[in-house]
Design a protein around this ligand. Structure first.
Ligand SMILES: Cc1ncc(COP(=O)(O)O)c(C=O)c1O
Length: 367
């Protein structure tokens, strides 16, 4: 037996930016008996998710389910929406923005990229300036950049992209549900997420909302592939079915979780995330740290804390782990430059305060 496994699963708590802690009621739901994916029982689950997610995302657009993690839908956006002649426009402010560009490159697509320093945000002015240069059919951008804790202002960027007539794909993987998203008001054509983030479900399922405009565009694109074809998944989805064998336990969990978020209200569920990230930011500032993201662009689901005090970040993370809490160091090249705490999903403000109290003790001990 792994030394960290006990009868409750793990002997430490996760404040990681995904996968996140999965509550018992979600695990129990996943363990319930299931019929096949060609059954009435399955169709009822699928239908409930489509309805609940439309409420959570404030959209009339349809919801598609994918039995892969979020990167798969990022690839699906590139394959389904960029034809051979098209040049996609990508904005990146961190590791996940860069991933989308790499996906385009590896699929042989033409693209232009606007990149800012890690730790900065994509602003409305940047988007406006780039769109004014040339006509782009599709724009790709990150909502919540998990590597830097930056939240890009899609609420004001979306309407401008629409004004220029481009389709807007947004990576909402680590922001969806934990941050309020108004898909229709903001003009998002494809909003992508993975369930192992703010939904608090084990990995293996991802979802997106998709507009009719995006579906119409996909009809004009050749070589969309088989597994990630928006049109096949949408066509089957209209009957609350899936073209392939989906990850039924995760779908069952999403049915339960999405219903719970609707019951709490999407506004309150997101506000709970903000309350917890505010606690973390205040803790960091009170200990002399700076926040890695700029003022006005702070993520509501993950806090990247700048290591301006030059502590041994790896030691801090590992000693906090020994005391029962898992947080993470900076992502990739940001290792040591920042460390991240993410109270996503179902951890409470009280849990967060407890973790921060221990973090203060660990910090004192290693300084
Ligand atoms: C912002 C963002 N985009 C994309 C991804 C990739 O998602 P997945 O790991 O579900 O493929 C992640 C994962 O951490 C992420 O945080």
């Amino acid at each position: 037996m792994n030394k960290h496994f006990n009868d409750d699963g793990l002997d430490y708590r996760l404040f990681t930016p995904g996968p996140v802690e999965v509550p018992d009621w979600v695990l129990r739901e996943m363990g319930m008996p299931n019929d096949t994916h060609r059954s009435i029982a399955y169709r009822e689950m699928h239908a409930a998710i489509r309805k609940n997610m439309q409420k959570i995302l404030h959209t009339k657009n349809d919801i598609l389910l994918f039995t892969n993690s979020g990167s798969g839908i990022m690839e699906a956006c590139v394959r389904n929406l960029l034809s051979e002649e098209d040049t996609g426009l990508f904005f990146s402010c961190g590791a996940f923005g860069d991933r989308w560009i790499k996906i385009a490159e590896m699929n042989g697509k033409k693209f232009d990229a606007v990149k800012v320093e890690y730790g900065e945000a994509i602003t409305l002015e940047m988007v406006k300036a780039k769109l004014a240069e040339k006509k782009y059919p599709v724009v790709f951008i990150t909502f919540n950049e998990t590597s830097t804790g930056v939240l890009n202002p899609i609420d004001i960027i979306g309407p401008i992209v629409k004004e220029y007539g481009a389709i807007l794909c947004v990576d909402c993987v680590s922001g969806m549900a934990g941050t309020l998203l108004k898909v229709d008001d903001w003009g998002i054509d494809v909003a992508v997420a993975s369930v192992q983030k703010c939904f608090g479900i084990p990995p293996g399922l991802s979802l997106c909302s998709i507009s009719q405009r995006a579906l119409d565009k996909a009809k004009t694109v050749k070589n969309r592939g088989f597994y990630l074809d928006f049109l096949t998944i949408h066509k089957k989805g209209l009957k609350d079915e899936h073209p392939i064998t989906p990850s039924i336990p995760q779908i069952r969990a999403l049915m339960k979780v999405s219903a719970k978020i609707v019951e709490i209200t999407p506004e309150k569920f997101a506000a709970q995330h903000t309350e917890r990230t505010d606690l973390i930011r205040n803790w960091a500032i009170s200990h002399g740290f700076e926040i890695f993201s700029p003022e006005g662009y702070h993520s509501q689901t993950v806090v990247a804390i700048k290591n301006n005090l030059n502590i041994d970040a790896a030691k801090f993370v590992s000693e906090l782990f020994d005391r029962g809490y898992k947080i993470v160091n900076g992502y990739g090249s940001l290792k040591g430059k920042n460390f991240r705490m993410a109270p996503m999903g179902w951890v409470t403000a009280e849990d967060t305060e407890k973790m921060l109290k221990v973090a203060s003790e660990v910090l004192e001990a290693i300084k």
